[in-house]
Every structure is written in C-alpha cells, then in structure tokens.
Design a protein. Structure first.
Length: 230
C-alpha cells in the first residue's frame, strides 16, 4: 500500500508546484489587499509591435506644465473596481463578486502626470505659472482624478479612468475638460497586478488626451470648443 501511494503523492506535489509557478496566481485578487497604485507607462503606441500607427505627440521645446494641484476627487476612494466570477452557464450567472481596494490614487495620478516628460513637457508639481506678457511655452492646470475603475468582462479586464483638468488661461479665465481613458487586456489569473496594468492603460490614454491639449496651449492655440465643459 505504501508503494502504491508514492506515485500519487508525487503527482500531487507536481500539481501543486505547477499551480504555484503560474504567473499572477500568487497575487490573486483579495478584498483585504489594496492595489499598489504604482504607475508604469506602456511603450509609445508607435513602438508597440501590433499597435496601429499614430502621430507622435511632442510638446513645443521648453514647454512647462505647471500642476498647481493634483486631487483625488473620486466619489468612492476606497474601491477601484470589481472582479465578477461567472458560472459557465448560458445566462452567465454571477457566482461571486469581489471588490478591488484602492491604494494611494493621488500619488498614482501624480506619477502619471509626471510621465508627460515622454512627450517633451517639463512638468512641475505644486506651482502655478508665473504671470507673463507671453503665456506661451507654459501651461498651468489643476488636475482631479474623477474615476478609476477596473472590472472583469468574461476573459478580459476593462478599465475607465477620468481626469478633470482646469486650465488657467491668459486674462485670468479658466477652461475645464474631462479626459476619458479606457484600457483592456486579457485576464489570465485575476491578479492584482493585472488589474493595475489595465488601470495604467486607462490612465495613460487620459493623460495623453490632456497632453495633446496642453501642447496646443503651449503653442498659443485655443482649446477646441468641445474641450470646454461646465
């Protein structure tokens, strides 16, 4: 009997080892562990092997981006999404729903805005642009994170990030715009790191939208009419 049990024990050990070595499984989503909220930028879109060709975004030389305030203005600052586990049935009945706890989203937003260096900006946090006769080559903005939400959709993960940016224009006027970013990626193990990756993709898209308008302001151009929100 002892000899017969050895192969079974070996198979169990091998199976456990295989499970432990699966990527992301050791960091599977738990409601007690918050997301680390660490921003990691993806390669430029034109550098991605399978990405569509896009125009490279570059700010005017020496453009300073003054970020006088960065706020976490989400309605719910405790959670950043959810994982829904579905039963394999025709109607895909939810079996369990687990919430994603949010880490420090303010620091995450700050690091994402500092990543505008990749577009040629000189971002400066905590300062407003000084008054000058020629307001070009500098942009002053207050940025608020309004939404950061990630969720599971079948075998995929999806995210939605919204930044509210208030620009201080020449003459003391202000203009406000909402920038939406969406991210998608395949869900392999419902890992915290996977949810963070898809949130970073959404943040990257929102920041790029802001950078596009900030570059125009640095050139002395007006924001498009569609950019202004009440």
């Amino acid at each position: 009997m002892k000899q017969a049990s050895r192969p079974t024990s070996g198979r169990v050990t091998a199976a456990l080892f295989a499970l432990c070595t699966m990527p992301g499984l050791a960091h599977a989503l738990t409601e007690s562990e918050p997301l680390d909220m660490v921003y990691q930028q993806a390669p430029e879109q034109e550098q991605r092997p399978n990405g569509p060709p896009v125009e490279t975004l570059r700010a005017p030389l020496g453009c300073r981006l003054y970020l006088s305030a960065i706020e976490d203005a989400r309605n719910n600052q405790v959670y950043a999404g959810n994982l829904t586990l579905m039963l394999p049935t025709v109607h895909a009945t939810p079996r369990t729903v687990e919430s994603l706890r949010s880490g420090d989203a303010g620091a995450w937003t700050r690091d994402a805005l500092l990543s505008t260096k990749r577009y040629g900006f000189q971002p400066i946090v905590g300062a407003a642009a000084s008054a000058a006769p020629d307001p070009t080559r500098q942009v002053s903005a207050v940025v608020a994170l309004r939404l950061a939400h990630a969720w599971s959709a079948g075998l995929n993960l999806v995210s939605h990030v919204v930044l509210k940016v208030s620009y201080r224009l020449s003459g003391g006027t202000t203009a406000t715009r909402l920038y939406h970013g969406m991210g998608t990626r395949t869900n392999w193990a419902s890992g915290n790191g996977e949810f963070m990756s898809v949130l970073n993709l959404g943040m990257e898209e929102a920041v790029r939208g802001m950078a596009t308008d900030a570059a125009a302001l640095c050139e002395g151009k007006a924001l498009p009419a569609s950019a202004v929100a009440p």
